[in-house]
Each structure stands twice: as C-alpha cells, then as structure tokens.
Ligand binder design. Structure first.
Ligand SMILES: C[S@@+](CC[C@H](N)C(=O)[O-])C[C@H]1O[C@@H](n2cnc3c(N)ncnc32)[C@H](O)[C@@H]1O
Length: 261
C-alpha cells in the first residue's frame, strides 16, 4: 500500500465517526432519495453472486448488496470505517466479510475469485484509477461484471459552481480547470444538509476526466457495457433544489458498467 493511500485512509478515519452517524441517520438526501435507488436499479441481478464492494466505507453499500442476496466482501482503506462496518455486522449479521485493502491492488483477493465488483461513490477518491481497474480485472472471473458510481467528472470539479439568477433561480453551472490533475482536499457536507464550515468533511480528491475512466477500463481489458447519467424525476425535482438543478442543467453522478470478457 502506498504512502499516499495510507494518507487517504487516515483522512477518512478522521471522518469516520461523524460520517457513519449521519449516513445511518439517513442524513444524505442525494444518497437516500436518488443515488441509492437509481444505482440499485442500474445493477444486474446479484442474488447468490460473490461480490466485492470496492471502497465499502462504513458498510452501507455492502449492506445494500447483501439485501439483494449477494455474498459480499467489503474492502476499504479506513480502519475507522471498517470498525464501524464490522460492529454493525456483529450486531445484525448479514454474512458480509470486511477487510482492509486498497482497490488499486486488492492484495488480499485471489485471481478470478469474484462474480462481480461494485463500487458506490469511492473510485473517484483513490489515487490511481487505471491500477484499480487492473486489480479489479484480475479478481473478476471471466464474464464477471463491474458496476460503479462516481461524481460526474465533467461537471463536479474543484471549482464548479452553480450560477444563480434573480430570486436565486439556478441558470446553469460553470466548470473550470477540467484538465487539472492536482489532488486536493474537498470540504463536503451531505447534500440537503445546511452544514457550517466546521461541520464539513475533509475528503481527499484525485481529479479524473471522462477519458481517464473510459481509457482506464479499456486498458485493463474490460469492456464497457453500459453507462448512465442519472436524471432526477420531475417529482423529485419539486422536492428539493439539489434535484431541480440536476434535472434542469447537469448530472452530478455517473454510472458505468463493464464486463470481463
Ligand atoms: C465516499 S466514501 C463511500 C463509502 C461507501 N461505498 C458508501 O457508499 O457509503 C469513499 C470510500 O472510499 C475509500 N477509499 C478511498 N481510496 C481507497 C482505496 N484505494 N482502496 C479502498 N478504499 C478506498 C475511503 O476510505 C472511503 O471509505
């Protein structure tokens, strides 16, 4: 595991307690109302499948997969998140195995040992996407699938900002520095929460472009089989401004599906 990955794990450790509390209380509106149901609908039937969750965090994505009948192994860099995930598994067992590993190496995983790899909002948080794809291709059996969600690389960037007109109505989005590859620390709050500056999570980000995702998948010998830029329904857009912006102007999420030949 690289020094940089050690630092990423420690950064997430610092978020682990408050993040776990907020996620489990349903505090992330984007996740609960939009991302979770849409991503689950994007997944193939995983019942009875041996599935690895890449960047499982405190385990909510692994539990979503276990709920649809998958046999799940969750890996993450953060000891704090893994401890929270293991505690929940001990309290309400779902047969999920958690272990510390990096999705750029998957050193704890045998070749061809999984039917599917799934990653929920984690692959944009690690330093080397091409390595992550090579490791994923190695641990998938032939015919195995990969499905992941990330922040949309074309719109969600360090300096992106929504442009508001009269009465606060959102008119569009400005995206700058699309080509920047410099890692940075994002200060994020869950969507739908009115967090002050001190209540934000410090999240290490490794900027990637659309070509990095597509070429990283292709270079690992995986074949892209699907893609989605989830758009909130009109009904959801009426519920909250974060959905209205995405429905009218730009997607914040990107889902990609691929298969090992
Ligand atoms: C936004 S959280 C998402 C967690 C979880 N999938 C969820 O939906 O709640 C991103 C996670 O990616 C993990 N991560 C970042 N780089 C990683 C790497 N190289 N290997 C494994 N996990 C990594 C972080 O520790 C963090 O738990």
């Amino acid at each position: 595991m690289s020094e940089q990955e050690g630092a990423v794990g420690r950064a997430w450790d610092r978020n682990a307690d408050a993040w776990t509390r907020q996620v489990r209380a349903g505090g992330d509106l984007l996740r609960e109302r939009m991302n979770r149901p849409m991503f689950m609908a994007f997944l193939p039937d995983l019942e009875g499948r041996n599935v690895i969750d890449l960047g499982c965090g405190e385990g909510s994505s692994a539990r979503m997969l276990a709920e649809v009948g998958a046999r799940v192994t969750g890996i993450d860099l953060s000891e704090g998140f893994l401890a929270a995930a293991a505690a929940e598994e001990a309290a309400r067992p779902r047969g999920i195995a958690y272990r510390r590993d990096s999705f750029t190496s998957l050193a704890t995983c045998d070749d061809a040992s999984f039917d599917a790899a799934v990653s929920f909002m984690a692959l944009m948080d690690g330093p080397s996407f091409p390595e992550a794809m090579r490791a994923t291709a190695r641990v998938l059996r032939s015919g195995g699938t990969l499905h992941f969600s990330v922040l949309h690389p074309c719109f969600w960037r360090r300096d992106s900002r929504w442009i508001a007109g009269g009465e606060g109505k959102i008119l569009g989005i400005v995206v700058s520095n699309y080509w920047s590859e410099t890692p940075y620390e994002d200060r994020v709050a869950f969507f739908g929460q009115n967090a002050g500056p001190g209540e934000r999570f410090a999240v290490p980000r490794f900027p990637m472009r659309m070509e990095d995702y597509v070429c990283g998948i292709a270079a690992a010998g995986l074949v892209i089989t699907g893609m989605s830029e989830p758009r909130p329904s009109e009904e959801l857009a009426r519920e909250h401004a974060i959905f209205r912006r995405q429905r009218d102007h730009a997607p914040m999420l990107l889902y990609i599906a691929a298969r090992k030949p």
